[in-house]
Structure formats: structure tokens, C-alpha cells
Design a protein around this ligand. Structure first.
Ligand code: PLP
Length: 375
């Protein structure tokens, strides 16, 4: 496989190509920070927080060290901890679950919708106990979870709704942006995300001023004025260089997302003609995905991946094992059988090359190779 990947004509993701068109703007932003001599919690972070809150349609944004910390600090900010439970989807990147564990609470998995791999709303109620404090849907691959079905269940039980929007920058659900659909949301700006930094970075967004203040305090050693510490906090701050880079990229995000959408349409148009051996991703109505990933399902997934690899099309698997199958969550073995859709998704899904810089010939090359396989 390794040699084949080296020969790939269409890479799965290529960050250099992604940033090529705006290299000058990015370098200028970095120079500005170096010249300022200020690297932690300065004007760039403050400006980015303003701009990203406005972009998401919420009142507050707090820049933090990464997406996992963003989730963790929301939970801490809401006072969720030991003895509490948080309902999470059975299939997601493990960070969703780890954030709950970091807080000292227990992740309680619910199975996913077999079409979208997002939390199945009809299973949420049964997962709620008297210890439950929050429901944490993930907008997996950029496709918003069914918040209109999930939120009323949480409201009735007085539970917080926390969006894991790590993959959903700019995604829209019923006319509202991801990040404005619950009580609070967490974003990751990992370099390969739709809005990516030059290293680790993340943010919490919310409307609640008290929660915003708490998260702001928690990210900076639990301190609001230097060397006075109200809370046992953390060191998880977005830095000035990352904020400056993110400010540049935020200006381009909608154009990039539109191009991702065009690419997704091309893929879906081609794949939907192929019968059942390869299935295009499905979405609910009134949803516009950010298309962080374009994930198809194939009964013979490994065969398809091999076939594409030999033809120079690099792919990836998101994610081959659900969190309950990971050694890190060995104590969750008994829950695996309650999540058949999540397991099935993990075994059958394969992510095709996706990025706003992709040219149509590359999408066509991937489609041709899939067509050959589907035969
Ligand atoms: C769904 C999901 N949640 C949380 C995270 C954690 O983000 P980070 O890697 O920035 O900590 C990621 C990103 O990798 C993610 O994909």
C-alpha cells in the first residue's frame, strides 16, 4: 500500500495545495504577529473571537488550545463532572468521548442513523438516566445532526445540548450555522479542518455570557486577573499566530465550502448511477454540509480501497473502530452490541479525496476508478 500511496495521482488531502492561493496573505499575517512582539492573548485572538462568533451567529467565542479542550472546557464550564453522564454518538472521532472522560463524567453511547452516522434522535430518550447532564451530538463529516429532533428531548429533561462542531465550520441547519444550534459548541482548527490553523487550535462558542466567562477563566489558569486564581483552571489558550492565520482563512471559508459542495455534487452524481455496491452519503432536508469529508459506504470496503489505491486514488477510513471498540474504552465492550449501525458504518465507510483545491479531473479520475470497481 505504501508504494501505491507514494504514486497517488490524487492525494486524499494536500494542505500545501489548500493554502497555495493565499500564501502571501498568510505570511503577511504571521509577520504582523512577529512584529507585534505579543504571542499570547492579544489583539489577534480578540479579533478572531469577535469575527468567528459573528460568523457562527452567536454572542461569544473563546479561543482555546484545540478541539478536545474546547469540548472539555464547555463541560467543565457547565459544572459537569464526576458522577454525571453525557449522551454521545456511538460513532465519532474518539475526542468526543475523551472530553467527557477528562471531565470525570461518563460517556453514554447511542447508536447512529445508518444513513448519516449521526446520533439517532429516537434513541436518545432511552439513554437518559437521572445522572444525565448533557447531550453531545456530533456533526459528523460536516453534516449537521438532527438538532430539531434532539434538542426538544434535552429541553424536556433540563439537559444541556453541546454541539461537537469540530468538523462543521460553516455547515447550515435550517438556515442557522453549526455552532448556534445548541447551548454551546466546540470547534477544532486542526490544520486539515475546513478552517485550519498552522498547528493545534480550537474554540468554544455560545450565547450564554456566564458560561463564556467561565470558559475564558478556565482556559487561562482559572484566572481573571494576573496571579489571582478563582478556579482550578488549565492552560489552553489560542495563540496569536494561530488566531492571525485563522482570521485570514475565515475570510475564504465560504468560498472553500462552496467548492467542497460542488465536488460533493460531482461525486454524488457519479456514484448514484452505480447501483448498490457503492453508496453516496445521505443528508436530511434543510441541511447544508460543510463537506469536511466525503464518505461513501461499500459492502466490500477494503476491496474498494485496494482497487482505488492501485489506480492512484488515495483514500482514508473515518473511523475503522467505534470508540467502544478501542482499547482505551475496554470497559465499553458490552455496549458494542447495542450499536450495530455504528459498527456497520465503521466497517463499510471509506472517505474519498476532498478539498476545495481539487480540480474536476481529479474527481472524475476517482469516479472512473470507482465505476471500474462497481463494474
Ligand atoms: C468530531 C471531532 N471532535 C473533536 C475533535 C478534536 O479536535 P482536536 O484534534 O483539535 O483536539 C476532532 C478533531 O480531530 C473531531 O473530528
Amino acid at each position: 500500500m505504501r508504494n501505491e500511496l507514494r504514486r497517488a495521482q490524487v492525494r486524499f488531502y494536500d494542505l500545501r495545495r489548500h493554502d497555495d492561493g493565499i500564501r502571501g496573505e498568510l505570511e503577511e499575517a504571521c509577520r504582523r504577529v512577529v512584529a507585534s512582539g505579543r504571542f499570547i492573548l492579544g489583539q489577534e485572538v480578540e479579533a478572531f473571537e469577535h469575527e468567528f462568533a459573528a460568523y457562527c451567529g452567536v454572542r461569544h467565542c473563546i479561543g482555546v488550545g484545540n478541539g478536545l479542550d474546547a469540548l472539555h472546557l464547555v463541560l467543565r464550564g457547565l459544572g459537569i463532572g464526576t458522577g454525571d453522564e453525557v449522551v454521545v454518538p456511538a460513532q465519532t472521532f474518539i475526542a468526543t468521548w475523551l472530553a467527557v472522560s477528562y471531565a470525570g463524567a461518563t460517556p453514554v453511547p447511542v447508536d447512529v442513523d445508518p444513513r448519516t452516522a449521526n446520533m439517532a434522535p429516537e434513541l436518545v430518550e432511552a439513554a437518559i438516566t437521572r445522572r444525565t447532564r448533557a447531550v453531545m451530538p456530533v456533526h459528523l463529516f460536516g453534516n449537521p445532526a438532527d438538532m430539531h429532533a434532539i434538542s426538544p428531548i434535552a429541553r424536556r429533561r433540563n439537559l444541556a445540548v453541546i454541539e461537537d462542531a469540530a468538523q462543521a465550520h460553516g455547515a447550515i441547519y435550517h438556515g442557522k450555522r453549526a455552532g448556534s444550534l445548541g447551548d454551546a459548541a466546540a470547534f477544532s482548527f486542526y490544520p486539515s479542518k475546513n478552517l485550519g490553523a498552522f498547528g493545534d487550535a480550537g474554540a468554544v462558542v455560545c450565547d450564554d455570557s456566564k458560561l463564556a466567562e467561565r470558559v475564558k477563566t478556565l482556559r487561562n489558569y482559572g484566572s481573571t486577573s494576573k496571579y489571582y486564581h478563582e478556579l482550578p483552571g488549565y492552560n489552553s489558550r489560542l495563540d496569536e499566530l494561530q488566531a492571525a492565520v485563522l482570521r485570514v482563512k475565515l475570510r475564504h471559508l465560504d468560498v472553500w465550502n462552496r467548492r467542497r459542495n460542488e465536488i460533493a455534487d460531482l461525486y454524488t452524481g457519479g456514484i448514484s448511477k452505480l447501483g448498490d455496491s457503492v453508496k453516496a452519503p445521505e443528508h436530511d432536508e434543510h441541511v447544508s454540509s460543510s463537506w469536511h469529508l466525503y464518505v461513501v459506504r461499500a459492502a466490500q470496503r477494503d476491496g474498494l480501497q485496494n482497487h482505488l489505491g492501485k489506480r492512484g486514488i488515495e483514500t482514508a477510513i473515518h473511523y475503522p473502530r467505534i470508540p467502544a471498540e478501542q482499547s482505551a474504552y475496554g470497559n465499553y465492550r458490552s455496549t458494542i452490541s447495542h450499536c450495530p449501525n455504528a459498527v456497520q458504518y465503521a466497517r463499510s465507510s471509506i472517505s474519498l479525496p476532498m478539498g476545495p483545491y481539487l480540480e474536476n479531473w481529479e474527481v472524475t479520475a476517482a469516479l472512473d476508478a470507482i465505476r471500474q470497481y462497481a463494474g
